[in-house]
Design a protein around this ligand. Structure first.
Ligand code: PYC
Length: 406
């Protein structure tokens, strides 16, 4: 049952102990989900989650809250489908209303080549049991009457990949609900606790602890679940990840009467739009074309988001933008994440490189990584995402479905 009112805190504060069975660096949705499934599925609760700021300060509270499973590769599709399945049950499981609406998700095609790409995705999705199909302007017009479907548009809409189970969830509710569930199992959440170094054994073969701004923790298992700074944390054990960090910006408009009840994505126009239950439009951009750790919003990106949104919905030309923000995305060369241990370094685990697709993958990242940590056996769904794929030339190639990461 959902809980309506409670006077209990969602999670408690703790003194930092000198030892835990698992220390997770980064208490966003991936870190929280990993801790939650460690406790729930494997009974491992002597776990510390370290968050250098407040919960949800990073990408878990900055994303545009889109959930979908309509990826491109045979490796990515089942993984993201498992995440969507976990999300479908999550509100009931955690006893907290996550305001998940499976309103449907459309990726627009504006050219023959983009339609070919969408068709490949639709067919691969269907083969792997994910509900996605190609639709054309008549049906698009019925689903999204407000969309400009005129053939004279600068980039006319020729088709769309329609993914009915895709939708929107309340992202900070997901963070809070996982945190509350972790707290109830005795897992400790340590806000404002920054990992400053990771200690390894003298022979370099295993991790032994984490140095923090609040003292040293000894532990046999350290999990890097950070976003934005994942390379800095991994460098602490002497490993350079093949990852670069680029900003991703979004904005929200003033509220309007409901007119849009689907998520609309255009990879060619590099924009995605949905209308919230409050009537605001949430609009996201493609990643900014430079590397930085800055989360500042910029005028050129706002101009682009506005221009591209107006190409799809010209009637919005008088609408005001209320707020704009940015996050930092960790991009791998193949646009697929890294979820694995590290050869030659026992007890160090990675759940990083989530680019612009991390939030939707949180439950699955956490669930399958928890199994790896608890059993030392890599679950089938995350085998393709090992760090070693870069040296073994086994890239996953998910860029075509990453939609806005070009
Ligand atoms: O992959 O669905 C997506 C997405 C939306 C916003 C950023 N990435």
């Amino acid at each position: 049952m959902y809980q309506l009112f409670s006077h209990e805190p969602m999670w408690r504060s703790h003194e930092l102990k000198s030892r835990y069975d698992v220390v997770i660096i980064g208490a966003g949705v991936h870190g929280l989900a990993t801790a939650y499934y460690l406790g729930k599925e494997f009974g491992i609760t002597r776990v510390a989650l370290l968050e250098k700021s407040y919960l949800g300060a990073g990408n878990s509270g900055r994303n545009t809250a889109i959930l979908r499973a309509n990826y491109r590769t045979p490796e990515g599709i089942p993984f993201y489908a498992s995440s969507l399945s976990l999300y479908e049950e999550l509100a009931w499981e955690l006893g907290w209303n996550l305001m998940f609406t499976q309103c449907g998700h459309l990726t627009l095609g504006h050219s023959d080549s983009s339609i070919t790409g969408l068709r490949v995705r639709a067919e691969t999705n269907k083969l792997l049991g994910v509900d996605s199909r190609l639709i054309f302007p008549d049906e698009i017009g019925e689903l999204v009457p407000a969309l400009d479907l005129s053939p004279e548009a600068h980039m006319p809409v020729l088709a769309a990949l329609y993914h009915p189970p895709g939708g929107i969830i309340r992202h900070d509710a997901v963070v809070w609900a996982y945190a509350r569930a972790c707290d109830r199992m005795g897992i400790e959440i340590h806000n404002y606790t920054e990992a400053t170094d990771i200690e390894v054994s003298p022979d370099g073969g295993r991790v032994t602890g984490v140095q923090t701004n609040r003292g040293f923790i000894s532990t046999p298992a350290v999990v890097n679940c950070t976003s934005g700074l994942c390379t800095t944390i991994t460098k602490m054990v002497g490993i350079d990840l093949p990852i670069i960090s680029q900003p991703l910006q979004a904005c929200v408009t003033e509220p309007m009467k409901p007119f849009l009840d689907k998520v609309i994505v255009s990879a060619s126009l590099h924009v995605y739009v949905n209308q919230t239950d409050r009537g605001e439009l949430v609009i996201g951009a493609e990643i900014d074309p430079y590397q930085t750790y800055s989360m500042k919003s910029t005028l050129p990106t706002l101009e682009q988001m506005s221009q591209y949104t107006l190409e799809l919905f010209p009637q919005l030309h008088q609408v005001k933008v209320l707020r704009q923000w940015g996050g930092v995305c960790d991009m791998t060369p193949d646009f697929a994440p890294v979820i694995s241990g590290v050869d030659g370094l026992d007890g160090f685990f990675l759940d990083v490189g989530w680019g612009t697709y991390g939030f939707k993958a949180g439950p699955a990242g956490g669930r399958w990584l928890a199994e790896l940590i608890a059993t030392s056996t890599t679950p089938k769904l995350i085998r393709p995402f090992a760090l070693s794929r870069f040296s073994e030339n086994r890239l996953v190639g998910e860029k075509a479905a990453a939609a806005v990461s070009h």
